[in-house]
Design a protein. Structure first.
Length: 428
């Protein structure tokens, strides 16, 4: 985080001193480059500190995820458009003068184009020009937002989700909001408002967007691409859609603290959308072997005071299994995990528990455990091997897994224990 904060502050520093500040012509391209500070910081951490594959660590491995990614990129963008439109509707209901039909925009826009070109311009031409501009803007803006999302959703989100999705959104949102300080303090977001109030208010949309973008990342199997497009959608379309719905009186009554994606209306809508996407998502947790699958085995005391077996719940219904066979869930005792699809296939084939004997990084295991309807995962994580072994030198296992002395072994055991390993794998 310190690396990303420092790099972004360095990009924003010139505009603290230039006369035009955020209105300077170089502000947007320079800050767009600065948004890649997150990706750069994640690369430094993955390669220099964690010693793991950067692409795997930040969700940029696409094999087995393409279907989800290609589905959730447009779905996420449509969801963002719906949120923006609803926020404008809320503003109109609140009493802000709006033309939700877009007729004012069409009349004004075609008149301006006619004046510039010296001839009448059909309304469809304005619509097509605007659509082309929006598509181009989305593509260019996503090049910038991808740098952020690789860091926020690719690297930080899976590191925070063991806390639970809601706590992860709260913590991640605060971190994300404070990262924007170098530009918010010089007037970016909430124009005309006190900078103290702007900094405080910006916490709320950052938390809501963290929840929404994190949920999109989960739905896409850990890929940050849908979040990057949704982020670009908010940055590109919020002004466009407001312009289409606005009249000459709109901005005199419009409140950036109440209206739009960064106001209270947008915060509530984004939080609600993120919450709906997370419905039915299982929180990552260490799996436990228990007969009921509910994380604990309740005991009923026997008449003599001794504990007996678990208390079984009352059945909600009955299944006629005549002529069928009932078998316990199978356990696959040796797997290596990468994407969620093979684990889902295992569930359909019969295993209810898989034992992973060598997968890294640890966040990948937690990310897989967050998917509903998959077998329980018991994982060793990074296997212990000799320093410089094939696993470390070629396969990219962390250098912390190298063991050649009793001190190394103690350090390795502490490391595995801190990361919640269920068992150990030792390669001799």
């Amino acid at each position: 985080m310190l690396i990303s904060y420092g790099l972004f502050a360095l990009a924003a520093a010139p505009f603290w001193f230039l006369p035009d500040g955020i209105a300077h012509a170089a502000f947007t391209p320079v800050i767009a480059v600065g948004m890649w500070a997150l990706a750069a910081a994640s690369l430094i951490m993955a390669k220099g500190v964690e010693r793991v594959s950067w692409r795997t660590r930040v969700g940029l491995r696409f094999r087995g995820r393409w279907t989800r990614i290609l589905a959730w990129m447009p779905l996420g963008l449509v969801l963002v458009i719906a949120i923006l439109l609803l926020s404008e509707l809320v503003a109109a209901v609140r009493g802000v003068p709006m033309d939700l039909t877009g007729r004012t925009w069409l009349e004004t826009g075609t008149a301006q184009l006619a004046e510039q070109n010296g001839q009448e311009i059909p309304a469809i031409a304005l619509v097509l020009v605007t659509a082309a501009t929006v598509f181009a803007g989305l593509a260019v803006t996503m090049l910038a937002t991808l740098g952020e999302e690789i860091g926020w959703r690719g690297w930080l989100w899976p590191a925070l989700t063991p806390l639970g999705r809601i706590p992860a959104a709260l913590v991640g949102g605060v971190i994300w909001s404070l990262w924007h300080l170098p530009v918010v303090l010089i007037g970016y977001n909430y124009p005309g408002a006190s900078r103290v109030a702007a900094v405080a208010m910006f916490l709320l949309p950052c938390i809501a967007m963290t929840l929404l973008f994190g949920a999109l990342t989960d739905r896409a199997g850990g890929s940050p691409l849908p979040a990057a497009l949704a982020h670009a959608g908010i940055n590109t379309l919020s002004g466009v859609l407001l312009g289409i719905a606005a009249t000459i009186q709109t901005m005199a009554h419009y409140s950036h603290f109440l209206d739009g994606p960064l106001g209270i209306a947008g915060v509530l809508l984004m939080a609600a959308a993120g919450g709906l996407l997370l419905l039915g998502r299982r929180e990552p947790a260490l799996p436990r072997l228990d007969p009921l699958g509910d994380g604990h085995v309740p005991q009923t005391p026997a008449d003599d005071g001794a504990e007996c077996g678990p208390t079984l719940p009352t059945a909600d219904g009955a299944i006629d299994a005549s002529g069928l066979h009932l078998v316990p869930g199978l356990i696959d005792t040796h797997v290596h995990l990468g994407t969620v699809e093979p684990v889902e296939a295992a569930a359909r084939a019969g295993p209810t528990t898989v034992i992973d004997l060598g997968t890294h990084p640890d966040e990948l295991i937690e990310r897989l455990r967050a998917h509903p309807g998959i077998p329980s995962i018991l994982s060793a994580g990074s296997a212990a091997s000799a320093p410089g072994s094939t696993q470390i030198a070629v396969m990219g296992f962390p250098t912390q897994s190298g063991v050649e002395s009793p001190d190394d072994a103690e350090r390795y055991l502490d490391w595995r224990s801190r990361h919640g390993a269920d068992l150990l794998k030792i390669i001799i």
